[in-house]
Design a protein around this ligand. Structure first.
Ligand code: ZN
Length: 495
């Protein structure tokens, strides 16, 4: 058998895995958007069966044989990247004992239910034993994957291949002081920003959201928008869907969630069709994904130029909503206020919320923090970073679902995405001098084209850090993000 036919056979097998993965993702999308309530039990059985089939295919010993036969060859860059992804996935799938994987799946679904009840009751103690179980199991799994190395790094590699906890500390922790001091200057400023006020009917919000999606380059022939409780994007290639939500008192919720998810979906739609249904045919990491969505949402969507255009659109659709000028509208869109909740945080404070979670979960995984002490540790870190105490557990340690379902190593990819976005935006501005003129006409296309060519089209061809550093023309650091935020909010609040 020749190497060429080994590679062809391997890729044929992987194509089946990718296709079944798409089917599973589509059923998951349906569950959150369309599925009749009574179908829940049946659906989870269908998904579990499909997962079983997928697991069998992902751990098929022939993958190991094909990889061994291809080892030491001299593949072209696309084949080399495919093999890198396949090797990583196969390694991961075969190192975790099936019984442990099953136990984790069961513990997660139990813990998620208990977390929801504990959050409603503001009772961390009721959740702690379930969290302990999930944490112990995930640590066991990480030990299987880490091969004697760092457990947190093993968890992180699921979301951000090539990244380590130590490197993250190096690039994320320097954000804290800069962000705290900027936030304190803002909240201490005399010049606070106005609120928008009025009733914003759902139909008009959804129509404007659709216009925004079009403006940002979303391809409607290969996507659609539906409503869901928590906005998300799913799918890839020629079927990249998004969801949004509507609050009739707060249109920014719908509009900016939509732009954010459009950023994710445009990344998937923008990947070269050559990579369709191969390991390269999807976003390369959570951090790179978030860099696209955050850049669309914040650096573009919340820019002064684009807000000027959006203000006119809003006036046409909603009439008077208590804001007199594009400048005041821009300030309302970017308001910085006190708050406990990560998902509602502004650009300045968002990363402070993430850093706190990163710090605590690192300590949980390393064993230097016990689950029993987690609530107290959260509350004291929050007081340190935000300057006021947490009032109840649902506004503190119980607010996010992630830990209940064992997602350790996931939070820092949000901030990493912001850091990447900062680096990319700096290069984008330099190479696209007419950007503001286009944004002021409601046309982000010079930016989205640049991102498509530099980042999106490549899919999984390059490792995340290499991809961003090549696109941005500089090594990854917190500096561009901090200087962007400093300039923007110094002007916004007349500091
Ligand atoms: Zn996102």
């Amino acid at each position: 058998m020749t190497r060429h036919s080994d590679y062809t056979d391997l890729m044929g097998h992987i194509r089946t895995v990718m296709a079944l993965g798409q089917a599973s993702g589509l059923l998951g999308w349906d569950q959150e958007t369309m599925m009749p309530k009574g179908a829940a039990g049946q659906r989870s059985e269908v998904l579990a069966e499909l997962e079983g089939v997928l697991h069998g295919k992902r751990t098929d010993p022939r993958i190991g044989e094909w990889l061994a036969a291809l080892d030491g060859g001299d593949p072209d860059p696309v084949a080399a990247a495919n093999l890198r992804h396949i090797r990583r996935e196969y390694d991961r799938a075969t190192r975790t004992p099936a019984a442990l994987a099953k136990e984790i799946a069961r513990a997660r679904s139990v813990a998620q239910g208990i977390w929801a009840e504990a959050r409603a009751a503001d009772d961390f103690a009721a959740f702690a034993p379930s969290l302990q179980t999930v944490l112990d199991l995930r640590r066991q799994e990480a030990a299987c994957l880490a091969d004697g190395g760092d457990l947190y790094d093993a968890m992180l590699s699921d979301y951000e291949p090539g990244m380590t906890g130590a490197r993250l500390e190096e690039i994320l922790f320097p954000l804290r002081d800069g962000l705290v001091s900027l936030r304190d200057r803002i909240l201490g400023a005399d010049d606070q920003v106005p609120n928008i006020a009025g009733h914003f009917p759902e139909a008009q919000q959804m129509a404007l959201a659709a216009d925004l999606a079009t403006a940002f380059g979303y391809d409607w022939t290969r996507g659609r928008i539906d409503k869901a409780v928590h906005p998300f994007s799913s799918g890839s290639g020629n079927d990249a869907r998004i969801t949004t939500r509507v609050d009739e008192a707060d249109p920014f919720n719908c509009l900016y969630s939509t732009i954010h998810e459009v950023g994710h979906a445009c990344y998937e739609q923008g990947i070269s069709p050559d990579h369709l249904l191969t390991p390269l045919g999807q976003g390369v990491s959570m951090g790179v994904h978030e860099s696209q969505s955050r850049l669309y949402e914040n650096q573009l969507g919340r820019s002064e130029a684009f807000c000027g255009w959006l203000y006119d659109q809003m006036r046409v659709r909603f009439g008077d909503f208590g804001i007199d000028s594009p400048r005041e509208f821009y300030r309302a869109v970017n308001a910085v206020r006190r708050g406990y909740i990560r998902t509602e945080a502004d650009e300045v404070q968002y990363n402070l919320h993430v850093l706190l979670r990163f710090e605590l979960e690192r300590a949980l995984i390393s064993g230097s923090l016990e689950v029993a002490d987690l609530e107290e540790a959260w509350n004291s870190a929050f007081l340190r970073d935000f300057g006021y105490p947490v009032d109840r557990a649902s506004n503190g340690v119980l607010q996010d679902v992630h830990w209940s379902v064992g997602l350790f190593g996931y939070f820092p990819t949000y901030s990493l995405g912001n850091l990447y976005a900062g680096c990319l935006h700096a290069a984008l501005c330099q190479e696209t001098p007419d950007l503001d003129t286009a944004l002021a006409k409601g046309q982000p296309s010079p930016a989205t084209r640049w991102l498509h060519d530099k980042v999106q089209v490549h899919g999984g061809l390059y490792e995340p850090a290499e991809l961003i550093e090549t696109a941005a023309g500089q090594s990854i650091s917190e500096a561009p993000l901090l200087s962007y935020l400093d300039a923007k909010f110094t002007d916004l609040y007349n500091l």
